[in-house]
Ligand binder design. Structure first.
Ligand code: SF4
Length: 238
């Protein structure tokens, strides 16, 4: 029987290895992931929050980043914030100019309209100040839990958990959680993950998921977590 997946009966061939598996926990997992990505490129949205401490910039950069490479997001946000760095200035700038500034981010015309719309609503509903509240953020068009949690962590330095595709996939593969949707993953992490790691988990798992534990053909042979990973023992079924 495996402690982390009670429904899985360990095959005799992995008895020795599973003893190692049951010894790992979130501290073990996070320390190894952190070491694996140390020295790598900081995520553009994280950098926005660290450098500016401005939730509005974090929100806009996150809206630009959806389905767009991080290097493209970083430069697009830079160009845009030179022209407008507040909700009022963004509304004055208008959709066409925003669209030109964030090109070639994917879906740039749609994102430009969304950025201006969100900026207008922040003025109308919140006096031009991004709300530090999950419900109020989710009420903005185009803002889902991933974006809202990122604004709370990187914009307001609050303890929240941003679950993107990497944060959902990797702890499931590894065997620390067993969930089928990002919302279930967020709830499981809120229950099990020590709060000290809430802000950090997205920052480290995104680059780890892009370089090592990739969605297709994860690089298990060079992975520093492989000695504790259930997928390595039971195969790529999760
Ligand atoms: S051993 Fe493979 S599946 Fe497990 S965390 Fe590493 S890369 Fe991902």
């Amino acid at each position: 029987m495996n402690d982390r997946h009670p429904d899985i009966v360990s095959p005799a061939t992995v008895v020795e290895a599973s003893a190692d598996v049951t010894a790992v926990d979130w501290d073990w997992f996070m320390s190894r992931v952190r070491a694996a990505v140390e020295g790598g490129r900081e995520l553009s949205v994280t950098a926005q929050g660290r450098i500016t401490s401005d939730p509005y910039r974090v929100l806009v950069a996150t809206l630009i980043s959806l389905r767009t490479r991080d290097e493209v997001t970083e430069k697009a946000a830079e160009r845009l914030f030179i022209l407008a760095d507040s909700p009022r200035k963004m509304v004055e700038l208008g959709v066409s100019a925003v669209s030109g500034a964030i090109f070639p981010a994917n879906y740039y015309p749609t994102k430009a309209a969304r950025i201006v719309d969100v900026s207008r609503l922040i003025i109308e509903r919140h006096g031009g100040v991004v709300p530090a509240d999950m419900g109020a953020l989710l009420a903005l068009p185009g803002v889902g839990r991933k974006t809202a949690n990122l604004v709370l962590t990187e914009g307001f330095d609050m303890d929240a958990i941003c679950v993107d595709t990497h944060v959902h996939r990797i702890p499931n593969r590894f065997g620390l959680i067993t969930t089928t949707t990002p919302l279930n993953t967020e709830n499981a992490l809120r229950k099990d993950l020590p709060v000290v790691y809430w802000k950090e988990i997205n920052r480290v798992l995104v680059p780890f998921g892009q370089t090592v534990c990739t969605p297709v053909s994860p690089r298990c042979s060079v992975c520093p977590l492989s000695s504790g990973c259930l997928m390595r023992f039971y195969g790529p079924s999760r």
